[in-house]
Design a protein around this ligand. Structure first.
Ligand code: BES
Ligand code: ZN
Ligand code: ZN
Length: 494
């Protein structure tokens, strides 16, 4: 899709549909003839700018555009980049269902001039909204419904506005890259294929990539990661993607921050011998969305070039029930030396993340963030709205939370007090891999903390937010690409 910024008045934009974000406070300011028409809708109650409202007008008087789509954004005082993102997404989804190809989004109705954050958010919303997960359909796929051109109409915007547009494109396309990975079925996207996709992306973006295969993982001693993979015919891999700022290549000293992004890459989670119920098991193809998020973030990081070193690590395995599968009661030795009794083979995410985190520390990462579809318990606690966030270092957490807030991603900090450690006590090994019935998301996080300490670390449990069962007005159902934008923002801000 072509995306451009236009500084002209919206009335003069030639396009299939002009999208106007409108508030409840007053009708949007448009050319006189059109303003009269729109004021009439407000007067009659046909459209009043409330969130979720929209109204499509054909051949609108006074506009060069063939159609006008009014999108309600609610109260002006409550408007922010997140509203703009969602409204742009909802508008695009409405129009693509009507075979409209070229759209323009007018931001002038919100504030004059629109901020860079609003401009980027409008672009993101449109590109995220234009995405449908039906690329494997042969007949009625919605591929041909995609937009061909998008303009952001923001008269009066500053000289940095073009940069905001291209940042928005990069962020949203990288998020869609992660969503594509999440959508791939597990028979296509096994650990090896996940590594192939990572390699393709890294080669395209000029990032360094290293793929540690099974023999290497054995040699290193990643006993808990390997144990999870034993039940599958698919060999495990550890994907490592490196971004280094230009200063590093010029031999200049780096900032003493090296971010490690670790993403759970379970390409299918059957539960293993502690097998899951059949109902809903098909969704466990999305158990690699943490891994997809860190790869999506690396794609954007390669293009936006932050000043810090970032290394992504994706431990990729398939959790199956084959005759070599690990059993409940098995005791495994992790890369950092701690032993773990596997009381439930379905608590596999933590068994691969710990080894990847230890390896990240060996690679010199000074600050860690992991993203993982780790527990059903976080979905019980926070539903599908907030990602659960855990830490051993409040300062680092505050940075991550600030980045999430700036990008309109909802993270909620959960506790991780030392009292929870008792949940993981085990008579035969250093740790149990499960912590009992209560506080399941916390005991899972505590398990990872045992390996992350003392490196500042934030754990993001995205089991509830990485996948939406239902489409939203602004987004297709399925993988959301959550965390991509936050990770990029985090790196850019350091
Ligand atoms: N991948 C699941 C967690 C999950 C559940 C993700 C629902 C998305 C939606 C994870 O590996 C798992 O099975 N966790 C168990 C842990 C339990 C055995 C302690 C769970 O949450 O039930
Ligand atoms: Zn599991
Ligand atoms: Zn899992």
């Amino acid at each position: 899709m072509d995306v451009v910024l236009l500084r002209q008045a919206p009335e003069t934009v030639e396009t299939d549909a002009l999208i106007v974000l409108a508030t409840e406070d007053a009708p949007p300011e448009l050319h006189a003839d059109c303003a009269k028409l729109v004021a009439g809708f407000y007067g009659s109650g046909e459209f009043q700018g409330g969130v979720g409202e929209h109204l499509l007008v054909h051949a609108p008087a006074g506009l060069k555009a063939s159609r006008l789509l009014l999108i309600g954004c609610g109260k002006k005082a409550e408007l922010n980049a997140a509203t703009v993102r969602a409204s742009a997404g909802a508008a695009v989804r409405h129009l693509r269902s009507k075979a409209v190809k070229r759209v323009a989004i007018a931001l002038h109705a919100l504030a004059m001039p629109a901020s860079d954050a609003e401009i980027a958010a409008a672009v993101e919303g449109a590109i995220l909204g234009d995405y449908e997960p039906d690329f494997l359909k042969t007949g009625e796929s919605s591929r041909d419904k995609r937009l061909s051109a998008l303009s952001i109409v923001a008269p009066g915007s500053g000289s940095s506005a073009e940069g905001a547009v291209s940042r928005g494109v990069i962020l949203a396309e990288s998020q869609n890259f992660a969503r594509d990975l999440g959508n791939e079925p597990a028979n296509v996207l096994n650990p090896t294929e996940l590594a192939n996709r990572a390699r393709l992306m890294a080669n395209q973006e000029g990032l360094e990539i290293e793929i540690l295969e099974e023999d290497r993982l054995v040699h290193l001693g990643m006993g808990s990661l390997l144990a999870v993979a034993k039940g599958s015919a698919q060999p495990p891999v550890l994907v490592i993607v490196r971004y280094r700022p230009a200063e590093a290549n010029q031999g200049k000293p780096l900032k003493n921050i090296h971010v490690g992004l670790v993403g759970k890459g379970v390409t299918f989670d059957s539960g293993g011998i502690s097998i899951k119920p059949a109902e809903g098991m098909e969704k466990m193809k999305y158990d690699m969305c943490g891994g997809a998020a860190v790869l999506g973030a690396m794609r954007a990081i390669a293009r936006l070039k932050p000043a810090v070193a970032v290394t992504a690590l994706v431990p990729a395995v398939e959790n199956m029930t084959g005759d070599a599968a690990q059993r409940p009661g098995d005791i495994v030795k992790t890369l950092n030396g701690k032993t773990v009794e596997v009381l439930n083979t379905d608590a596999e995410g933590r068994l691969i993340l710990n080894d990847a985190i230890t390896y990240a520390q060996r690679l010199g990462c000074t600050h860690l963030v992991d993203a993982a579809t780790l527990t059903g318990a976080i979905v019980v606690a926070l539903g599908h709205v907030y990602t659960g966030a855990f830490t051993n270092d409040q300062e680092w957490m505050d940075r991550v939370l600030a980045a999430a807030k700036n990008q309109g991603e909802k993270f909620w900090q959960m506790p991780l007090d030392p009292e929870y450690k008792d949940l993981l006590k085990n008579a035969y090994a250093d740790l149990s891999n499960i912590g009992g019935r209560w506080g399941g998301a916390i005991s899972a996080a505590y398990f990872i903390k045992e390996f992350a300490d003392p490196t500042p670390w934030v754990h993001l449990d995205i089991a509830g937010t990485a996948w939406h069962d239902e489409a939203k007005p602004s987004m297709a159902k399925g993988p959301t690409g959550v965390c991509v934008r936050t990770f990029v923002e985090l790196a850019m801000g350091l």
